[in-house]
Ligand binder design. Structure first.
Ligand code: NAD
Length: 313
């Protein structure tokens, strides 16, 4: 008998993820989004839609959430008509998976709340539900192409049982350790990516201003110690590489808005535990400023352009 999976959050990422889940044919899938239009498209295809997260919980063995931010995740879990209906402690789903990018502190809090619930019906040896934080990398294209990487925190048993589910939506899964570690992995990856993008952009801007072309300097980086993803796969200078956002007016790709969001999460986490992270703070300020100046929907490599725009980032 197929397990019933409820999927909540049918946005840019969730829409493709749930489509791949449905195509796998492994599960009975139902969906929910607070945006009625997003659900309508599924209803028209004959896929079960649910009016509230609580209804999803009542009819699912596994629930997956893919929501914008921590506050939406808390609302969907613990809000009125939420998955736990405000902390109700007897639930049907044995597994909750949150794939949203949120702070590890919230993931841990939620995991503790879930582990205090009781299952309506025992699932094997379990009588309490489990939660996995499982954010993804790969972006909208990866979600569509089923090539996402899942970084997963929580119980290792639950991770192993959920692996077919992850592989129906992506191609890699990495177990990161206890609750919150998936969220920690995700924000640390994006922090390193932001800082390397800023480093490469700044060095190429300085080089250009000193008279060496960005393409020559990139060749040198890529055969020397400065080589990194931002120089050899996602170069920020228009015309140096084909097919990347910088050569398409910085359209598509990973938006500065999302980068600013992730850097805020990294910065808040660092502050929370009292670790000094000066580059995180500075990268966050730069991306927040870029967004304020109206470049939030451009790819995050557009930071290169702003060395020459008179902006005081
Ligand atoms: P999105 O804004 O396109 O979609 C979010 C969906 O959640 C929307 O359809 C919205 O209506 C729904 N929603 C919000 N609050 C809700 C609620 N209370 N109840 C029900 N539905 C609700 O966002 P996205 O781009 O799909 O991103 C989702 C998550 O994935 C974010 O945490 C983001 O940081 C992360 N992420 C995004 C990308 C990317 O490239 N877009 C890449 C990796 C990770």
């Amino acid at each position: 008998e197929k397990e019933k999976v409820g999927f909540i959050g049918l946005g840019n990422m969730g829409l493709h993820m749930v489509n791949n889940l449905i195509s796998s044919g492994l599960y009975h899938v139902s969906v929910h989004d607070k945006n009625f239009d997003a659900m309508k498209k599924f209803a028209e295809r004959g896929i079960a839609t649910k009016g509230t997260p609580f209804e999803v919980a009542q009819t699912s063995d596994i629930v997956i959430t893919m929501l914008p931010s921590s506050s939406n995740v808390m609302e969907v879990y613990t809000g009125p008509n939420g998955l736990l209906q405000g902390g109700g402690d007897v639930v049907r789903p044995w597994l909750f998976i949150d794939s949203s990018t949120i702070d590890p502190q919230t993931s841990r809090k939620l995991s503790a709340t879930i582990s205090n619930c009781v299952l309506k019906e025992k699932k094997g040896f379990r009588n309490t539900p489990v939660m996995l934080d499982a954010p993804v990398s790969g972006g909208v294209l990866g979600a569509e192409a089923r090539s996402l990487t899942f970084m997963v925190g929580g119980s290792e048993d639950a991770y192993l049982s959920a692996s077919p589910l992850f592989l129906s939506m992506g191609k890699n899964t990495i177990y990161c350790g206890g609750a919150g570690n998936g969220s920690a992995a995700k924000i640390c990856n994006n922090l390193a990516m932001a800082v390397s993008m800023l480093g490469v952009s700044e060095a190429l801007a300085l080089g250009q201003s000193l008279g060496i072309t960005a393409s020559t300097l990139t060749k040198i980086f890529n055969s020397s110690s400065a080589r990194c993803w931002s120089s050899d796969s996602y170069n920020p200078v228009p015309g140096v590489m084909e097919g990347v956002p910088s050569s398409k007016n910085y359209d598509g790709g990973f938006s500065s808005n999302l980068m600013a969001k992730d850097l805020k999460l990294a910065s808040a986490s660092a502050e929370d535990i009292g670790l000094k992270c000066p580059l995180t703070s500075q990268a966050k300020e730069i991306y927040v400023k870029l967004c304020e100046e109206g470049h939030g929907s451009k790819d995050f490599s557009c930071v290169f352009r702003h060395y020459f725009s008179g902006s005081d980032i």
